[in-house]
Write a protein that binds this ligand. Structure first.
Ligand SMILES: Cc1cc2nc3c(=O)[nH]c(=O)nc-3n(C[C@H](O)[C@H](O)[C@H](O)COP(=O)(O)OP(=O)(O)OC[C@H]3O[C@@H](n4cnc5c(N)ncnc54)[C@H](O)[C@@H]3O)c2cc1C
Ligand SMILES: Cc1cc2nc3c(=O)[nH]c(=O)nc-3n(C[C@H](O)[C@H](O)[C@H](O)COP(=O)(O)O)c2cc1C
Length: 474
């Protein structure tokens, strides 16, 4: 219990502090750096990826603050998978080590919510380290309550900061500049090319591999109808998610309450009880130099015919030139690993992240890249075909292998391609190639199995640790 932990003894001021992170898409890593910066005046502070640490380094850390996200079903992010398998298999002896864990996750994963952070906490306790305060679980990017507790606790350790400084800033205004269906007639879901331009050109600032967080919203018509039905003034302002916001905007970004949830309820109370939509993440498919942020979005359609929140907003509900609320998230784990040879593997909307990387390599005239990509049908689903031809023509792509599951019998997928090309992939890896994988979880798991069959677990672990095996998967 947090209250009880207030009375636990604090480490001596001026001691060593190690802030370690385990992060897949960059959020935990950003918090780790902000935490370390806030503590910089209070001792000797270091930051490290958890996966790069040895048991000896942990034992000698003095105070260890861990910021850890959860993936898979309660598992570690890629960069800490080997650590989880090897170091956490049994308790160590960390007597004299003080520690605390900030666990990041998403409540929709329910039983495995913040699972990896909690496992770390149990493992350190079993290793006789001293818990400074109970594990703090953070639900997504905008969990102010949990982050306030983290802020209070690190302040007791000597940090100078505020919760605003630890959390990501507000979303920015972008405009929907273009929306185009890329796969008419496909056997799969609709896939749309979306282009956005920023209100403030200073926001044209990201790196290949980074992520856009988009806030879905209800249509203007639905908001107008709701306000009229309940005789509400949309121009009234309320404090919401830390900012003064018009009721119209609050309603637009929340699940519309049913009539019985509204009737007879004071407006303040209604606003407090509204369920704001969570943001949705999309891999950025362009570079800022183009002046546009491009996304490749699959429209999700539910069994009852209703649209997915985020994809429905982007591909159908948002109006041309209308405002899209967006926040950029740097994703160091999927940024370019260097200028060496590169194998890019993906399927479906995974082309988004790969396209940004190929544009990056094209701009730097790197050449020596190999694209392995899978989709359903060649006639309908070969997105960005002109780009691929241009990359082949100018030498950005040295080798291209495409596979279309519906065009072959039996069906073949990109993971089959990886297995078939095993010898050649090994040769590329032997001369230092990095591997980028982008797209759905099932594809990524199949590709990983295929890669394990080619190079084995030890080599893949080593490539992960060296930043030569990077994934943007969902
Ligand atoms: C790092 C990362 C990068 C990503 N990059 C991309 C990308 O480049 N392109 C892309 O298209 N996607 C990408 N995604 C996925 C994207 O973030 C969304 O998850 C996806 O668009 C679906 O979200 P949605 O809000 O449209 O659908 P949701 O509303 O979340 O629904 C998704 C599905 O959940 C089910 N569902 C949810 N709620 C209900 C309900 N009430 N009743 C019945 N069924 C329900 C349905 O099967 C539905 O189709 C990425 C995800 C991550 C984490
Ligand atoms: C494929 C996938 C699997 C996930 N699995 C879990 C999970 O089992 N439990 C959980 O709490 N969160 C889960 N999450 C949510 C992430 O932990 C959460 O988004 C976190 O904030 C990401 O932080 P990062 O950017 O540091 O990686 C999952 C997210 C993705 C994309």
């Amino acid at each position: 219990m947090v209250f009880g932990s207030l009375f636990r003894r604090l480490p001596a001021p001026g001691g060593k502090i190690l802030v370690a992170f385990a992060s897949q898409t960059g959020a935990a890593e950003t918090i780790a750096w902000r935490t370390a910066n806030a503590l910089a005046g209070s001792g000797l502070v270091k930051v490290a990826a958890l996966g790069s640490l040895t048991a000896e380094e942990i034992a000698e850390a003095g105070t260890l603050l861990l910021v850890a996200s959860t993936y898979g079903a309660g598992e570690a992010p890629d960069s800490a998978r080997a650590f989880e398998r090897k170091q956490m298999a049994q308790p160590h002896l960390f007597k004299g080590l003080n520690y605390a864990v900030l666990a990041r996750g998403d409540r929709k994963y329910d039983a495995t919510f913040c699972g990896f952070g909690k496992s770390l906490d149990r493992w350190l306790a079993a290793s006789k380290a001293r818990r400074l305060f109970d594990v703090i679980c953070v639900d997504g990017d905008d969990d102010t309550q949990a982050m306030t507790r983290w802020c209070e606790q690190i302040t007791r350790l000597g940090a100078t900061t505020s919760v605003e400084q630890l959390m990501p800033g507000p979303a920015q205004d972008w405009y929907l500049a273009e929306r185009r269906l890329l796969n008419p007639g496909s056997a799969g879901g609709e896939t749309w090319h979306i282009a956005l331009t920023p209100r403030d050109p200073a926001h044209l600032n990201w790196t290949a591999g980074d992520i856009a967080e988009i806030w879905p919203r209800n249509s203007e018509a639905a908001v107008d109808e709701f306000l009229a039905l309940h005789n509400l003034n949309g121009e009234l302002s309320f404090r919401w998610r830390g900012y003064w916001t018009f009721l119209r905007d609050i309603i637009a970004h929340s699940r519309l309450p049913r009539p019985h949830e509204v009737e007879g309820i004071a407006l303040d109370w209604l606003v407090e009880r509204l369920e704001g939509f969570p943001p949705r993440e999309y891999s950025i498919a362009s570079l800022p130099q183009s002046g546009r942020m491009e996304l490749l979005v699959r429209k999700a359609v539910r069994d009852d015919g209703s649209l997915g929140l985020g994809s429905g907003w982007l591909t159908e509900i948002a109006q041309p030139r209308g405002v899209i609320k967006l926040r950029l998230r740097p994703n160091p784990n999927f940024q370019p690993p260097g200028d060496g040879p590169q194998i890019l593997i993906g399927a479906g909307t995974g082309m988004a992240g790969l396209r940004a990387h190929l544009q990056h390599r094209q701009a730097k005239k790197l050449g020596d890249a190999w694209l392995l990509f899978g989709e359903r049908g060649e006639k309908t689903d070969l997105y960005y075909c002109d780009d691929i031809k241009a990359w082949q023509a100018d030498g950005t792509l040295a080798k291209t292998d495409l596979v279309f599951s519906r065009d072959a019998s039996p069906k073949r997928y990109v993971q089959n391609l990886v297995t078939e090309q095993g010898e050649e992939i090994r040769r590329w890896i032997d001369r230092g190639a990095s591997i980028l994988v982008c797209g759905g979880l099932q594809m990524a798991a199949g590709v990983q199995d295929a890669l394990l069959g080619i190079v084995g677990q030890e080599k893949l672990d080593q490539m992960t640790q060296d930043g030569l095996y990077r994934r943007d998967i969902y």
